[in-house]
Design a protein around this ligand. Structure first.
Ligand SMILES: Nc1ncnc2c1ncn2[C@@H]1O[C@H](COP(=O)(O)OP(=O)(O)OP(=O)(O)O)[C@@H](O)[C@H]1O
Ligand SMILES: [Mg+2]
Length: 348
């Protein structure tokens, strides 16, 4: 991912967008580069500007200022016909599937091809090619009402891929699905990325989706990107408070109240601090805890601990209760941070 690598599939530069004159910016100077072949996630809470951002890629939303370059093409410079052609190279999948209820699976998949004026024989060939890829061959003549949510989204994905795009945009593609179906659809998207050489830009408000499928992630808040990086880095070393709380939903494990209640109270002149510590790399966790106890005069209680992984890279998560002199507890945490551990306060 060096600067010299020319294969940047999507480049967004300095995008701004304001829907209401004088109102807040839905996009506030957003820049982003997505490499060809990666699954790039945009995470953020409701209203952060995620949909507005993803819709600028195919110009469903025109930015007020900035540049949009897709596969080397300056999208904002294209005339209507050229833009229509460029859009065929960018498939899009939606949260609520947006299927035609009166059309069969095959007819839904063929619909954008029909709009594009592609002949019936060619449409049939494309549908026959794409349905097996999403596991829906047997459902080609079914109507949407006869399908499960997961199957409906498979139709949505097949329709998005019917024009053989190299870019796939997914706006909350799994948000209407249960966890098991979500896992299946995410696995399918990854598999299609590999088989069809796709670049995938996806939006989600769920960090579990990012953890499951993305190579890199950007976190948005109030129309801005507040943090961006490899998923492993962002999860194990979040820099922004919003990212930390987001990530904690997935890798954190709140300490049950019953466990909290059983923790000893601090003695006079002592404080008790409960923290989550994320370990990556070669740190021997016991050694860090015992050295912190020794060098800073603390009592450290390991409340819980487990090992997790992202894309095969392991990391450890522990909850610690530390007791000691006020300044010393802080200094111990700072020392742990200086080793590259992420230390986050859990409770007062
Ligand atoms: N067509 C529109 N007209 C007016 N305001 C809009 C329009 N579309 C979006 N906005 C506003 O722009 C901001 C960003 O909205 P956007 O839909 O991009 O957020 P989001 O991150 O996708 O949220 P969600 O997770 O709820 O889908 C919000 O304040 C929203 O109200
Ligand atoms: Mg949205």
């Amino acid at each position: 991912m060096t600067e010299t690598a020319p294969n940047r599939a999507i480049v967004l530069q300095g995008l701004t967008k304001c829907f209401v004159a004088g109102g807040t910016l839905a996009l506030d100077d957003v820049s982003l580069a997505v490499q060809a072949g990666e699954v790039f996630g945009i995470a953020g809470r409701s209203g952060a500007g995620k949909s507005t951002l993803i819709r600028t890629v195919n110009l469903l939303e025109r930015p007020d200022s900035g540049r949009v370059t897709v596969l080397g093409q300056d999208m904002l410079a294209l005339e209507e016909d050229a833009l229509r052609t460029a859009r065929r190279g960018i498939g899009m999948v939606f949260q609520h599937f947006n299927l035609h209820t009166r059309r069969t699976v095959a007819e839904n998949v063929a619909f954008p091809l029909e709009i594009a004026g592609i002949a019936a024989a060619e449409r049939r060939a494309r549908v026959a090619e794409i349905l097996p890829l999403v596991g829906l061959e047997a459902k080609r003549d079914a109507y949407p009402a006869q399908l499960s949510g997961g199957q409906k989204q498979r139709v949505g994905i097949a329709r998005a891929l019917a024009s053989r795009p190299k870019i796939l945009l997914c706006d909350e593609a799994t948000s209407a699905l249960d966890p098991e179906t979500t896992r299946e659809i995410l696995a399918l998207i990854r598999d299609l990325r590999d088989r069809l050489d796709l670049t995938v830009l996806l939006i989600t408000h769920e960090m579990s989706v990012v953890k499951a499928i993305c190579d890199r992630v950007a976190v948005m808040e109030a129309g801005r990107i507040i943090e961006e990086g490899r998923v492993f880095e962002v999860f194990t070393r979040p820099r922004h408070a919003t990212t930390r709380s987001f990530v904690a939903e997935v890798i954190g494990h709140g300490v049950p109240d019953s466990t909290l209640a059983r923790l000893p109270q601090p003695e006079a002149g002592e404080v008790r601090r409960l923290v989550q510590v994320v370990f990556t790399g070669p740190h021997a966790t016991r050694a860090v805890v015992s050295q912190a106890s020794r060098d800073f005069g603390l009592d450290v209680n390991i409340v819980s601990g487990r090992v997790d992984e992202i894309a095969g890279e392991p990391f450890g998560v522990m909850a610690l209760a530390a007791y000691g002199a006020p300044g010393q507890v802080e200094r111990a945490f700072d020392w742990m941070r200086s080793l590259g551990l992420t230390v986050t306060e859990l409770h007062a």
